[in-house]
Design a protein. Sequence first.
Length: 150
Amino acid sequence: MAFSVCERYTAVKSFENEMKMSIPDAILKLRRRLESYPLLSYHDDGQTITVDAASPTGFAVSLTATGRDFIVRFDGWHEYFNFQVDAINYFVLGLSDQYRLKVLRRGKTEYQWTLQYRTATGWDEDSTIARAYFPFWRKLEIIYRQNTLS
């Protein structure tokens, strides 16, 4: 069965409009959940919602709805998600003590972020994001950051 150019264009536009309608929904859902935690500092612009690190040993958590997908960020680490539910789940887990970031720094420059998750025997690594350029000649420092929302 062949579709005309007009039918394909209409189907694509309909899908794009459907995706755009879900953008505020993800932000609204997180806003409602965060209202239960008055001590958390957060802000949003309708497209991105960010929870600031609650302590110096924690990290900021944000979710951006782009219209086609969702981006969850934990400081310098990030991941793209196709589905709203997956992005929201990662966002919430980033606020908990179930995830932490292993951050590599040389001098004052942070250049690598590895997401780790808690297991029965310790911590396992999920994924790593790194910058290509950093002051490699400076002393290496490894920092662990973790939020503690329960």
